[in-house]
Design a protein around this ligand. Structure first.
Ligand SMILES: [Cu+2]
Length: 87
């Protein structure tokens, strides 16, 4: 899929699901083992993510299952825009 750089389309978000391995609220980073994300054509993997809103990390702990939304902050760089603990 190709998209023009000046696309006026609203920022597309991608929905993911995973388990928290570690949280660095100060740095605004979280390490997740996430399930495949078909809309990005990503396989399941363990990786670090930057989080837009650092405060959203303060209540998160390793072992929790979460759903999250990813947006492309800049080309090829995906950050979490929303993260929610699954009960
Ligand atoms: Cu990944």
């Amino acid at each position: 899929m190709t998209m023009p750089m000046d696309s006026k389309a609203p920022t597309q978000s991608h929905q993911g699901k995973g388990t928290i391995n570690s949280v660095d609220a100060k740095a605004g980073k979280i390490n997740l083992s996430h399930e495949p994300i078909p809309s990005l054509d990503w396989p399941g993997m363990t990786m670090d993510f930057d989080v837009q809103d650092k405060d959203s990390l303060t209540k998160l702990k390793p072992g929790q299952k979460v759903t999250f939304k990813l947006i492309e902050a800049r080309k090829g760089k995906y950050v979490i825009s929303e993260i929610t603990v699954v009960k």
